[in-house]
Ligand binder design. Structure first.
Ligand SMILES: Nc1ncnc2c1ncn2[C@@H]1O[C@H](COP(=O)(O)OP(=O)(O)O)[C@@H](O)[C@H]1O
Ligand SMILES: [Mg+2]
Length: 230
């Protein structure tokens, strides 16, 4: 296997005086692949993503991930800061000190990549939830990120927009050779990824074939429902 694009090795993280959240957590995502991260509420998924971006410092362990990293939040209203679509995508490029034509080219290319070039002048407030998530993704594309981290990007979407987003992201990643780690608790999304990790109490307890993991988790859910019915 070629060098992984994301490598996490025995990561430990704990908020002061609390039980550990990440406990020797290790995972690798191969370059150019789309992997998902599942786990129950509180299992440490968001904490893991934040240590990957450098927003949180782990107590021990290693993270290897090629910058610049794109990060997409659960709630796009926490991420989109400018009044219009084009301005928001351009805002992420400020640090790169590009010329005006370069910025314009990057913004137009990124919006075309998420099929929203026609909304370039649209105010952010006039977008649907799914469109907002695609704008957040366009921001990462414009910065030429090779790795995308997405923390439950479909959590606030209706089922149709949810499936549209996951399909579009899958196609975009493949076209551009981007690597992604996508957090979800919706098992139907597993149909679109190359592999999946199951996190339990801050540790990867299962990984690999997403369809196999989906079947196993669905059986587990059915058993839980049966037990409740008894
Ligand atoms: N800012 C914080 N301060 C203290 N504890 C936190 C903080 N954020 C999350 N936690 C705790 O860390 C654990 C893991 O949370 P989180 O990573 O958000 O889980 P998940 O995303 O899988 O639902 C939970 O027990 C949560 O209560
Ligand atoms: Mg979370």
């Amino acid at each position: 296997m070629s060098q992984p694009a994301i490598r996490v090795h025995e990561l430990c993280f704990q908020w002061s005086n609390e039980a550990p959240v990440l406990r020797s957590c290790s995972l690798e995502v191969p370059k150019g692949e789309f992997w998902m991260l599942l786990g129950s509420n509180g299992s440490g998924k968001s904490t893991l993503l934040r240590t990957l971006t450098g927003l949180l410092q782990p107590q021990s362990g290693q993270v290897e991930i090629a910058p610049p990293i794109g990060f997409v939040f659960q709630n796009p209203d926490h991420q989109l800061v400018m009044p219009t679509v084009g301005a928001d995508v351009a805002f992420g490029l400020v640090e790169e000190k590009l010329s005006y034509p370069q910025v314009r080219e990057r913004v137009e290319d990124a919006l075309a990549a998420v099929n929203l070039l026609h909304l370039q002048r649209r105010p952010i407030y006039a977008l649907s939830g799914g469109q907002k998530q695609r704008i957040a993704i366009a921001g990462a594309i414009a910065r030429h990120c090779e790795v995308l981290l997405l923390d439950e990007p479909t959590a606030l979407l209706d089922p149709d927009s949810q499936m549209d987003l996951v399909q579009q992201v899958q196609q975009l990643l493949k076209r551009r050779g981007i690597t992604a780690l996508w957090v979800t608790h919706r098992l139907e999304e597993l149909d679109y990824c190359d592999g999946a990790f199951l996190l339990e109490q801050g540790r990867v307890v299962e990984q690999g074939d997403p369809i196999h993991l989906k079947q196993r988790l669905m059986q587990q859910l059915e058993q839980e429902v049966d037990q409740e019915d008894c």
